[in-house]
Design a protein around this ligand. Structure first.
Ligand SMILES: Cc1cc2nc3c(=O)[nH]c(=O)nc-3n(C[C@H](O)[C@H](O)[C@H](O)COP(=O)(O)OP(=O)(O)OC[C@H]3O[C@@H](n4cnc5c(N)ncnc54)[C@H](O)[C@@H]3O)c2cc1C
Length: 465
């Protein structure tokens, strides 16, 4: 029977990167990927990553002219609901890439480092011995196969095929993502009718619609994208009924439409259990502001490589206890920052467009200070900034620019965000005390609810939800 150190389920961005790094440490690594190579990650074409993040994680940056590369741009803007006010985001160049081709490059690199890949191999279940995970079963065109490994890493994205098979008693949550926990993203690849339009001058993100204009690579002027809860139909309705109506773009033609899903859910509380780790979208590691997850997943993966490779070298078991530091270190590096943002965002998207426009104008919440620190790792939300926002809100209410009920939502979001930060600071150093912490966290997240709760009631009714 084949025996590996690490079995990775899913060979997309997270799985390939983890495979490469673990193989580089000398571990014996196998990746099983459900799709055949030509079909891996075909849902959408263009994705992007921050150039600094790519350098940090040792991701190859294809040269200009390389067909894998789409484009490079300097920074993005956050734009007010009617398109009047633009707040400049952090000044960090972004590289656009063709996703399928880039993943195949990542897989090739991992194979050169020694990782083995089996394509057309779908995980079906764990193999247990004495109650412990010791490997997995998977299906190929030739039938069911078995493989043994010291750890199974779930990098299977939204379906979370391995994590959702864990028993309810596991430290790792085994929930399935529902349509409320997913962002349904629709990408319109467009061309402007007037060739003199500068598409880059129109680029930016509109938080109120969860919509954006961004470069699209060769052949198109821009991607107009939108994400929403529940379904693609919901996102398309918001695009047509709100975004396109309120934000005036020069006349354009839609050349191509792509659709894809990304998780929009707090990360799992514990990634690890005996012989198991959840990673990437399967652990809900996407950015709360935009749903991107390719590099944010690697923050956890990098910690995991460090901890797991040391345990393997010391011939120590890959147990929940021995790997617990992955949880704690991730919480400090990124988890607290990301989950702090979630309730705050629920609060601010509850504002109507006029209120949000006023707040953009007056640097209340929608301020350059916030957008420059929105990558989650360092929020820098100082008390004097919060105090300035509160004073601005009070003035807005007095001038009848903001409804008191909307203020209530923002303040509630801010309060819950701070409560999450305090709770996450107390994340246990060992599995001891985790059950109590988890019960408190569950209670808090039930109170917070979901961004899906802020969906437009009229559209919800129209779609029969
Ligand atoms: C339209 C759209 C645009 C996006 N743009 C960006 C962007 O610009 N930048 C960014 O950082 N993020 C972006 N994201 C998010 C990004 O796509 C994900 O966060 C990222 O792909 C997660 O990578 P992953 O490897 O964890 O999971 P996935 O990419 O979902 O990969 C999971 C892999 O597991 C395989 N698999 C599934 N089931 C099984 C099974 N049973 N057995 C074996 N293998 C299995 C799948 O075939 C797949 O290859 C976007 C998402 C969408 C929908």
């Amino acid at each position: 029977m084949e025996k590996y150190d690490v079995l990775i389920v899913g060979g997309s961005t997270t799985g390939c990167w983890f495979a490469d790094r673990m193989a580089q440490t000398g571990a014996r690594v196998l990746v099983i990927e459900k799709q055949l190579p030509e079909n891996v990650s075909r849902e959408y074409d263009i994705f992007h990553m921050g150039e600094e993040d790519m350098k940090r994680f040792g991701l190859e940056i294809p040269e200009e002219g390389n067909p894998v590369r789409g484009f490079r741009y300097e920074h993005s803007n956050m734009i007010s609901p009617y398109g009047t006010y633009r707040k400049k985001g952090a000044d960090s160049p972004v590289i656009g890439l063709h996703k399928h081709d880039y993943i195949m490059l990542m897989a090739e690199k991992a194979q050169k480092s020694g990782a083995e890949f089996i394509y057309g191999a779908a995980f079906t279940d764990f193999i247990y011995e004495q109650g412990k995970i010791v490997g997995a079963r998977y299906k190929t065109a030739d039938g069911e196969q078995e493989v043994y490994a010291k750890i199974v890493a779930d990098c299977s994205g939204i379906p979370s095929v391995a994590r959702t098979k864990l028993p309810g008693t596991s430290a790792v949550c085994n929930f399935r993502l529902t349509p409320r926990d997913i962002f349904y993203v629709v990408l319109y690849y467009i061309k402007y009718v007037d060739k003199d339009v500068d598409p880059r001058a129109l680029d930016g993100f509109f938080m109120q619609y969860k919509a954006w204009s961004a470069p699209a690579g060769e052949g198109y002027d821009a991607i107009l994208g939108i994400g929403g809860s529940y379904s693609y139909e919901y996102s398309e309705e918001i695009f047509n009924a709100h975004y396109s109506r309120n934000v005036k773009y020069p006349e354009y033609t839609v050349e191509k439409v792509e659709k894809g899903m990304t998780p929009y859910h707090r990360s799992v509380y514990s990634f690890v259990d005996d012989g198991f780790i959840a990673m990437g979208d399967a652990a809900c590691l996407t950015k709360p502001t935009c749903g991107e997850g390719c590099t944010s997943s690697l923050v956890q993966a990098e910690i995991a490589v460090d901890v797991i490779s040391k345990l393997l070298k010391a011939d120590l078991p890959l147990s929940k206890e021995n790997m617990w530091s992955i949880n704690k270190r991730y919480m400090v590096a990124q988890g607290k920052g990301f989950d702090f943002m979630r309730p705050l965002l629920i609060g601010v998207v509850g504002l109507n467009y006029d209120e949000a426009e006023y707040m953009f104008e007056n640097e209340i919440v929608f301020s350059e200070a916030l957008f420059n620190s929105m990558d989650g790792e360092d929020l820098n939300l100082k008390l004097d900034v919060v105090a300035k926002w509160l004073a601005g809100i009070a003035k807005g209410v007095a001038n009848k620019k903001i409804r008191a009920s909307a203020v209530g939502k923002v303040i509630k979001g801010l309060k819950q965000a701070l409560e999450i930060a305090v709770l996450y600071d107390k994340y246990p150093d060992t599995p001891h005390g985790f059950s109590e912490w988890r019960a408190k966290a569950d209670k808090k997240w039930t109170e917070i609810g979901s961004l899906a709760d802020t969906c437009d009631p009229e559209i919800m009714e129209k779609l029969g939800y």
